[in-house]
Design a protein around this ligand. Structure first.
Ligand SMILES: Cc1cc2nc3c(=O)[nH]c(=O)nc-3n(C[C@H](O)[C@H](O)[C@H](O)COP(=O)(O)OP(=O)(O)OC[C@H]3O[C@@H](n4cnc5c(N)ncnc54)[C@H](O)[C@@H]3O)c2cc1C
Length: 424
């Protein structure tokens, strides 16, 4: 049986794959999207029940389709976000095939293109766009052995408080996931410890504008690379309960015990770094720096946005910050679960091409990899801070589509009919 062929094969139908399809479709590039689950599967089945988008509906979307059942400032539920991408796929007539996993991709020998093996047969493509997600494999640091007398779970497996064993919970990691889950557990009357590492915590809103607006006008979404030394600093924001600024002192006042970074485990006892105060202080400085930049922007542009002096009031440190615990005995503290909100890694083991460095990280420039014809989309900081977020991936997809159009133009060159490739 002849093998099916296409110009561009997109692997994955999350927001990245759908954005890619929209741009390729607009440019008339034949393509196919293969998705092993459903469209936006990760939003449907790999995130906790109460998750809502971190950005408001007016912002966390693609051009040309609004969340017409939501107020612009509302935060879409995770199911609504997934429905949105399914709706978008339909709108742009994205040729998505669900339930098909790409299991292996190799470069063709002695001729251009790639052969993709899938759970539904093989397909040949001139180009491959890897849109399999920035957050794929849950990462748990090897600190607590599996045989320790405590349930260990990654945030990707957490659904709701009822799904956890009885007792207290240590949540490790205070990025958006960790802090939202810790808050939910506290509201469910669990005893909660939260292990806080370095983080940014922009104000949810300031002077009547959401932080996504401020990051936009201040050019911070477009930052090309994280500040030196801050490559792994997580951003701690929440759209839950209508959206609010993450305030660690408030969590402590409501009964949460904050601790520093989780460092070690021995014989039922967890140990923490003494960095809690510093991490909180650096997070405060980040928060205040956004207010400063916003005020300067208002003054420079003569904007009429209401002043908000109380936003600068930062309360005194509660006891758990002033005198942080450096260790805790799991049994004595009644901790039955450690919930690791410690991020994700990639799994490109199916992709047998020359596009990775010695650490296995994609080698690329704005998503154009070192293996001609292979593209990555949706990587954190692919071209800018916004790259792995809903609105940001749209721009990276456009750039890649233009690159593909240009390459197709070169390949279509014939001396008799020579023209500059489209897109140049
Ligand atoms: C908890 C959480 C909350 C977030 N909230 C927001 C938010 O509010 N706003 C925002 O802008 N961003 C948010 N993000 C960041 C980002 O928008 C999401 O991670 C988003 O899912 C990334 O989309 P993606 O298309 O790049 O990847 P994914 O959504 O991960 O999609 C990749 C797809 O590829 C499929 N796939 C993988 N391997 C294969 C294979 N070999 N063959 C076929 N299919 C495959 C997967 O099934 C999946 O559907 C959040 C991230 C997390 C973890």
């Amino acid at each position: 049986m002849p093998v099916e062929t296409t110009d561009t094969l997109i692997v994955g139908a999350g927001q990245a794959g759908i954005a890619m399809s929209a741009h390729l479709g607009e440019n008339g590039v034949p393509h196919v999207i293969l998705e092993r689950g459903r469209i936006a599967e990760r939003w449907r089945s790999q995130r906790w029940d109460s998750l809502v988008a971190n950005g408001p509906a007016w912002h966390d979307r693609f051009p040309g389709l609004t969340f017409d059942d939501l107020a612009p400032d509302a935060f879409a539920s995770k199911e609504r976000v997934a429905d949105y991408f399914a709706e978008y796929a339909e709108k742009v007539r994205a040729p998505v095939r669900c339930g098909v996993e790409v299991t292996r991709v190799v470069r063709n020998a002695g001729r251009p293109g790639f052969l993709a093996e899938t759970t539904h047969g093989a397909i040949e493509a001139s180009r491959i766009v890897v849109a399999t997600g920035p957050f794929q494999k849950p990462v748990i640091p090897p600190i607590v052995p599996a045989h320790a007398p405590v349930t260990q779970m990654h945030s990707a497996s957490y659904r709701n408080p009822d799904g956890l064993p009885e007792g207290g919970v240590l949540v490790v990691g205070a990025g958006s996931s960790g802090v939202q889950i810790a808050d939910e557990l506290l509201r469910a009357d669990r005893r909660v410890f939260l292990s806080v590492g370095p983080h940014d915590r922009p104000p949810r809103s300031y002077r009547g504008r959401d932080f996504v607006w401020w990051l936009g006008v201040l050019g911070l979404w477009d930052a090309a690379a994280p500040p030196q030394g801050a490559e792994h600093v997580t951003i701690s924001v929440s759209g839950a309960h209508g959206g609010h600024t993450i305030d660690f002192r408030d969590l402590a006042a409501r009964g949460m015990t904050l601790v520093g970074r989780t460092e070690g485990y021995s014989d039922g006892v967890l140990s923490f770094a003494g960095d809690l105060g510093e991490n909180i202080a650096v997070g405060d400085a980040n928060y205040l720096s956004v207010l400063d930049a916003a005020d300067a922007y208002v003054t420079r542009n003569g904007l009429d946005l209401p002043e908000e002096p109380h936003a600068r009031r930062i309360g005194s440190d509660p006891d758990c910050i002033a005198n942080p615990l450096l260790s805790v005995n799991l049994e004595d503290a009644g901790i039955g679960t450690i919930l690791w909100a410690t991020g994700f890694g990639r799994d490109d083991s199916w992709l047998h091409v020359d596009a990775f460095d010695t650490d296995g990280k994609p080698r690329h420039q704005r998503g154009v990899s070192t293996e001609p014809g292979v593209y990555f989309l949706g990587l954190p900081w692919q071209s800018r801070r916004g790259s792995s977020f809903i609105w940001g991936v749209w721009h990276d997809a456009k750039f890649i589509a233009e690159h593909i159009v240009t390459q197709r133009g070169y390949l279509a060159y014939s001396p008799a009919d020579a023209q500059m490739p489209a897109g140049r």
